[in-house]
Structure formats: C-alpha cells, structure tokens
Design a protein around this ligand. Sequence first.
Ligand code: NAD
Length: 460
Amino acid sequence: MPELIKAICIGAGSRGIDAYGYYALKNPKRLKFIGVAEPRKEWREKFIRLHKIPKENVFNSYEELFAKEQFARAAVICTPDQMHVEPTILALERGYDVLLEKPMANTLEGCLKLVRKAEEVKKHLQICHVLRYTNFWSTIKSFIDSGQLGDIITISHRENVSYWHMAHSFVRGNWRNSDITSPMILAKCCHDMDLLYWIIGKKPISISSFGSLSFYRPESAPPGAPLRCTDGCPVGDTCMFNAIKIYIDLDGYYNMGKNCPSRAFRFFSHHRNAIRHMSHIIRPLKRLVDFKEWPVNTITSDLTLEGKMKALREGPYGRCVFHCDNNVVDHQQTLIEFSNGVTAELTMHGHSALEGRSIRIDGTKGTLIGSFMGWDDLYFIESQNGEKRQLIKPKITIEAHGGGDLKLTEGFVNSLQPDYKLVPLTDARAALESHLMAFAAEKARLEKKVIDMEEFHSLI
Ligand SMILES: NC(=O)c1ccc[n+]([C@@H]2O[C@H](COP(=O)([O-])OP(=O)(O)OC[C@H]3O[C@@H](n4cnc5c(N)ncnc54)[C@H](O)[C@@H]3O)[C@@H](O)[C@H]2O)c1
C-alpha cells in the first residue's frame, strides 16, 4: 500500500488549484494538502474549502508559513516565476521535499542556487516539466531510444502559441514583461528546450537566436482604439483580440474546434446555439455553456457574467492588446547544435490560429512527424520502404498539458515512496540544462551572437 504524501501548497493560484490540487482531489489516497500559503483571499479560501485545510495551517504568505517548523512531507511551490528561489530554499532548509513550478528561477544564479541547495540538504527538488510525462512526448523518446529512427540528424520543433493564448498570457497577463517575470524563451520555451535535450540525450554546444516583439505594440493599434475593449472600440466587432470575444464568447476554443478531427467537436463549434439548447438535456455540455476553466478562471474568481465583465472593465485582461505594458517577444527562432552533431531549430511564435506544438525529426532511417495540438498525432515514415506507421492513435486530449499535469504529480508522489530508487524524471539537475539553454538563447538574441555553451556549463 503506497504511503499517503502530505503536502503544503505555496501559491494557490491557477496551477496550485487546477493542476496539483486537482490531482490530490482525484487521488485522495496518494496526496493530501494539509497547509496553504496564499495572499489572495478568494483563492486562499477556495483552496481551504476544496482541501479542508485546518485553520492553524493557513497562511497569507510563504514567509509566514516557513516561520513555522515543518509540518508536512512535501511542498508544492506555484508562486510567480520571480518568486521561486526564496520559498524553495526555505522549504528545502526546513526539510520539505519540493515540487517546484517551471521555470525553476528567472535568473541563472537562482537556478544554480536551487540545484546546489537541494543536493546539499539531500532533498527532492523536482521541476514541473510536465511534458516529459505525456504519452505523446514519451512515445517519441522511447521510439528514438529503440533505434528505429537511426541516428537523429535534425529536429524542427515549433511552439505555436495561439493568438488568444499569446494575448492572455504574454500581452495582457502574468508573463507579458520580462522586467517583472521571465523572457518568453524561458517562460514558454524552457519546456521545449527540455524536450530537445531529453530527446537528443546530449548537451548543447552552441546556440544562436533571433526574434522581437513585432506586432503587439501601439503602432499596430487600429485608429481610434481605446485603452480597453469595454470602452466602445470602433473595431470591436471585427477585432479577434476583443476581450469579450475571448473570455465571454470563447472564440478561441470554438475556432480550434472547427478544425478538430472529431466530427462532434466540429459540429458544436459551428453551432454554438445548438450547444446552448442541448445543454439542457446533455448535462456535460453545460460545462461549455457556463465555461469556468482556463483561461476564463484566471481573470476573476467571480465567474458570473457580471463578475467576468467587471474583470474586463477593471482588470488587466480587458486591455487593448496594442496598449499594454508588454515587452516579451512575439516570435523567436533559435538554432542549437548538440555535442553529437545533431542540429535543432526551435520556432516560437504568438500568432497561431491553432494552439500547440509540432515536431519533425529526421534520422538516418526515416522521418518522424508529430502534432501535439489538442489532438495528438504521431507517425513515422521509414526511408527504405516508404511505409508510414502510426505511433500513437490520433486522439483528442482535453486533460491539461495532454495529461502531463496529473502524471507528473503522480511521478512526484511515487518518488517519495520509501522503496523508490530511481533518479526522478524531472529532477532539478536534469532540468537545469533547459534553463541554461534558454538563458543562452536570450543572450544570443539580445547580443546578436552565437553562444558557446561552455560559458554556461563552466558555471555548473
Ligand atoms: N508547468 C507548466 O506547464 C506551467 C503552466 C503554467 C504556469 N506555470 C508556472 O506556474 C507558476 C504559477 O503560475 P500560475 O498560472 O498558477 O500563476 P498565478 O498567478 O495564478 O498563481 C501564483 C500564486 O502565487 C501567489 N503568491 C504571490 N506571492 C506569494 C507569497 N508571498 N506567498 C505565497 N503565495 C504567493 C499569488 O497570489 C498567486 O495566487 C509560474 O511560475 C508559472 O510560470 C507552469
């Protein structure tokens, strides 16, 4: 019988509640939250209610919580990017095993400090590189390790951020300004760097990168556009960034559904009113009509229509995308050479009609092509005979991050069992490489030069 792991949640925001809190609620015999530190009242109260946290274990901040002696086995740390180092050091020093959100830190020094501290106190420090735990990416990894692709020669990897996700997170939202949080290549693409490093299995030796913020800026604003979408914008009806279309009408999701291989999804996406009517009979459809999930649930905790409209009138998510205080790039292309001669290109852009990642890997025995865009599809074409083999059955994934959130949390819980002997898949030492790659790519972009990774590896 596996041991129940008792944990505290530091930062009960979107990830704390929807990813790790959700796992605990679904798996009450594996993980139980018994404490929380969260400054925002509504979010704190939601977490307390969902997990029945005793009053004495509720805190307004991690500083207050860590002033107390250790009272759980594990700490799940989901504070904003710029607030990862201090709570993690405190948690490790107090004796907690830690599951920390990515990026582990928004500075190179912070990352190194965390890895060293975890090794010094001999505690688990695992980073939430959830994609390693998905069926899609782990199938690619095991296919390559099996030798069927031969030696990898090149990889072309794309992180296609949809226009509405870009607007939500990187123009209006938390990761819009690198002076406050992280550069885009770290915030969004440390996952991609991690996948490349994991799949190739060798260290990078040089990196170059180009990119800029070309579109989401004041010069692109339509004439007469006010500062907020709710202030009577003259192009409100036709602007795809209109916050009301994104958060109330859910245009982004419906547009994705129109291109979905599933006939049912396509039907509903073309017939919104049909969903509304049918939701009275088919109860699960109510979730679509009265949508309360990401990204809508990040704009306010009052998910009534009035609550959402108030958030758009007053909060950051109702701002015109051309009039925000954003500075992170909306496109960046990075070229990486690995120590075994493999070259990889990573394209990130925030202008995609569809959301998700896609990859093509060419090896000495054939080509592997995959799409991880809400409906997974992965196949291999063997060069010698031209035969195409489907490696995973194309299917729709509605679980967050293709099921990676739940599996990663389970992996963390498993790794804390007394008989666990392996190095965890997303151990901080392994995760460090992707962060070094992101810092190097950003330096390459800003300084317009090729970075020799020895400059970064020599610091480890
Ligand atoms: N693994 C992934 O794929 C993935 C996906 C999205 C976000 N993230 C990362 O997860 C982290 C959290 O993101 P989020 O979307 O949940 O953001 P969020 O803003 O919803 O949550 C962060 C929470 O930390 C709280 N906080 C602030 N100061 C605090 C303090 N002193 N003590 C305790 N809590 C404090 C905030 O009030 C907030 O509720 C970020 O680092 C983000 O980059 C990872």
